[in-house]
Design a protein around this ligand. Structure first.
Ligand SMILES: N[C@@H](CCC(=O)N[C@@H](CS)C(=O)NCC(=O)O)C(=O)O
Length: 232
């Protein structure tokens, strides 16, 4: 059993090491640009930056016309040869792509906010399991309707059925968990962003009451409300 004094010392030491970690982050890494697209998955990254109190400058990309351009008319392919958003750009010019990676990057800059479990912990791998599932099984299944309606109805219907099947697993999880990992994490920001497309993509969520309750819960978080306001 630890005495109260020992506990106080332990708390003090952990505060010190937190603020040391915080100080060690070079300031240039803390001023980032976020290239985003209206109604795009970049919303998850903005939500997370706001949750973690990390300032980002927003740069809108017109992803609905080819070539994709930024507000000054520049060709976005020079920023991201993958031609998609989001991109996080650091002030030294380095860039990071892929939502699931960007979310973890931001969460790791400010571990005190608890947006992701500690790196190397078992829980971190559980989080990555969700991030990967959202990215590969859900996010990309929505794309045929959002960006490629020319694929036609049969392809759309097949994707809808796949999404419904994959959401059953999410529904089960949320039946007895407030958030995907128990407490709120970046996986919730990502899933919330993808499921915001369900009305537009005509993916009914009526058979998923727990998902709908969770959506309402996530949707009232101040960072989410603010991100929705800015991500236009
Ligand atoms: N694998 C990428 C996919 C990003 C992605 O699909 N972005 C979409 C918006 S949600 C996009 O920019 N689409 C425009 C295009 O591909 O031309 C990631 O996870 O960041």
């Amino acid at each position: 059993m630890k005495t109260r004094l020992e506990k106080a010392h332990q708390h003090f030491r952990s505060c010190l090491s937190y603020s040391k970690r915080h100080r060690n982050i070079p300031t240039e890494f803390r001023k980032m640009k976020l290239y985003y697209g209206v109604n795009a998955c970049s919303l998850a990254v903005l939500i997370t930056a706001l949750e973690a109190d990390i300032p980002v400058e927003l740069v809108k990309v017109d992803i609905y016309h080819s070539p994709h351009t930024t507000p000054d008319g520049s060709d976005y392919s020079e920023v991201n040869p993958k031609l998609n958003v989001p991109i996080l750009e650091f002030s030294d010019g380095r860039r990071l792509s892929e939502v699931a990676v960007q979310l973890q990057y931001l969460a790791d800059q400010e571990p005190g906010y608890g947006l992701a479990p500690d790196r190397l912990s078992d829980e971190r791998y559980r989080l990555q399991e969700w991030l990967n599932y959202i990215s590969s099984e859900l996010h990309k299944s929505f794309s045929p309707w959002l960006f490629h309606s020319e694929v036609g109805r049969p392809a759309q219907e097949a994707a809808r059925n796949k999404i419904a099947f994959r959401l059953r697993l999410v529904e089960e999880r949320l039946r007895d968990h407030q958030y995907l990992m128990g407490g709120y994490t970046i996986a919730d920001a990502y899933l919330f962003t993808i499921l915001a497309w369900s009305a537009f993509a005509k993916v009914p969520l009526d058979e998923f009451p727990s998902i709908r309750t969770w959506q309402a819960r996530v949707g009232t978080r101040p960072a989410v409300v603010e991100a929705l306001r800015r991500h236009v």
